[in-house]
Each structure stands twice: as C-alpha cells, then as structure tokens.
Design a protein around this ligand. Sequence first.
Ligand code: SF4
Length: 163
Amino acid sequence: MLSLLLRKLKMGRLTEKDGNLLSSQKSSKLPSSFTKSLQIRHLDCGSCNGCDWELTAIGNSLYDHQHFGIDFVASPRHADLLMCTGPGSTQLLYAAHETYEAMPKPKWVVAVGDCAINGGVFKGAYASAEGIGNVLPVDIKIPGCPPSPDNIMKALLEVMGKS
Ligand code: SF4
C-alpha cells in the first residue's frame, strides 16, 4: 500500500477523485496464504465494459497489481476470488453459477461496480438480475460507475490485509 501511495505522489492523480470505498467484507478471515497471493477470475455478467476497462487498468504501471501478488487466472479452478461486473444478465447466470461452483473453497465473490451491486443503469431491464448478489453470495462490494482502478486496488489490498 505504501509503495502505491509513493508511486501516486510521484506520478500524480491519474484517475477521478474517489468517494467510494469497500462497503462490506466477509467476516471470516482469509487464509494466511491469501495475504501473499490473490488469484482472481473475472466474469463479465452483462456489463457495458466500463468496469472491465477499469479492471484492466489495475495492470498498468501505476497500479501494477502483479507487484502486490494479485493476478487474474483463466480458470475458476485456480481462483480464490470471483470478480463480477454487470448486473447479471439472464444469458450469463448459468455461466456465473458454473464458474462459482468450479472454484475451490474457500472462495469469495466481489461485485465490481453499481450494476453488479444493484443493477445500476440496468435496473428494471427485463433481462437483468439487478445485481449479482441476487444470484451469487457476494462478500465484497466495490461501488462506482465505474469504480476507479484506485478504489479497486484499495479494496483488493484491504482484502489481503495489506492496507
Ligand atoms: S457500473 Fe457503470 S461502468 Fe460498470 S458496467 Fe454498470 S454502467 Fe458500465
């Protein structure tokens, strides 16, 4: 976390001002191994891709998620954490369930962005689950439309006990 702050001081603020914070966290503690390494499976559950682009941004040289032991994996079998973007469109719910079931325990679910939290701009749409929490057990919410990479990193580091 300190190096992230130092880097930010050096390079200046490159993202929008934040107002959103990690809003809830699983009460159970992460296994100690997770504090060193966190493997994420990202699933687009019907997003506009805005949140997905911000997730991509945490890999750039400013945020450098790999430097903190955070990485994205291709298979849910290797994932500790499922990151969902989008409101949960009907066509993707089966895939979301299958992905969650394929993950080894213990596992966490993160709703990234307002759509994943409560439907966001897709609230009331006929094919929207109005939040991934209605179909999967969400542990952590990162609000924003979209949330800034800064806040996504803060949330992940908080989960790892590094903030
Ligand atoms: S929260 Fe905003 S940026 Fe993210 S998927 Fe929904 S509309 Fe797009």
